[in-house]
Design a binder for this molecule. Sequence first.
Ligand code: NAD
Ligand code: ISE
Length: 339
Amino acid sequence: MTVRVGVIGAGMIGQDHIRRLTDVVTGATVTAVTDIDQARAAEVAAHVGAAAPPTGDDLIGSPDVDAVLVTSWGPTHAGHVLTAVAAGKPVFCEKPLATTAEDCLRVVEAERARGRRLVQVGFMRRFDTGYRQMKEVLASGALGNPLIVHCAHRNPTVPDTYTSRMAAQDTAVHEIDVLRWLLDDEIVSAQVIAPRATRKRFEHLQDPQLMYFETANGVRIDLEVFVNCQYGYDIQCETVGEEGLVRLPDPATVAVRGAGRHGTAVPQDWKARFVDAFDTEFREWIASVEAGAEPTGPSAWDGYAATVITDAAVRSLESDGTVVTVDMKPRPALYGGTA
Ligand code: NAD
Ligand code: ISE
């Protein structure tokens, strides 16, 4: 069976995922594309021979759409996801699942009411080979209990629309998700400290930020978020255990010797750094839809958890670095919990 996907939001990542579903992933075809910018939707749809229905509701209701991909702006995600769940269609939602914890919980409740998972959230790092190898090492027990995690998330620059809150909401949210999964543990508190600010930033922005998280098992995480670091897109992660440590590899590139130097290139953006992870993410999502199975990737509950934890980080930043307790509801049985 070929899975017929309808895409809501034909912007930057929407177009990239349409290319991926069309040219990279087998077993999928894009049959509909919609955007509030209808001219853009028509152009992108025509490129892949898809229809361009006027609204997200029309797209979700179309008999030519088996599964829905939401790549519109964050505040619109929850509405489209709820409509897709109500229609009983699998839905892949780019991060964030919703911009408020309340809206995330509405999605969780909608899935619980149907008695099955239909939603996958676009935290692609769980599909990165390096993170998967780290998880295997940690799960094997070879390093004993994990104790400390050191991370960095650096972007070369950000536009002036990027705000200090987005360091947690848009950027650190990827570490928040991947570390919950990597450690199989829950984050219970957040603290954000503002070090000396770089001069290479827009005046309104606190950059870099140092974030500290504690897990239920007492693991301490430090995360440097530096979004105007100038030199590249650089993701670092090292977990220290009782009997050793495991470190995320840098992406493999050739080493060049010349002009008196020896080195490898640093990726310049997240698209290049995580291209393989995105491809794997969509291959596995399409395979689950094709099989009529529940998705195996990040769930609506993971989307809720990420939003609650980023809310705590934002509250800490805005209260001069107070340690903020994460106020998370008990995890329902549908997502492996007991509630
Ligand atoms: P973008 O602005 O380039 O594209 C969004 C598109 O959605 C625009 O064309 C806009 O007109 C359209 N749109 C907005 N509301 C709509 C609605 N209700 N119905 C239909 N179309 C609508 O933004 P982007 O950079 O492509 O980001 C989109 C989403 O993807 C964001 O939530 C962002 O956080 C997420 N994202 C995820 C990653 C990742 O690493 N996983 C990376 C970048 C962006
Ligand atoms: C962006 O929104 C993303 O989602 C990228 O994956 C992330 O690494 C980047 O820092 C964000 O700005």
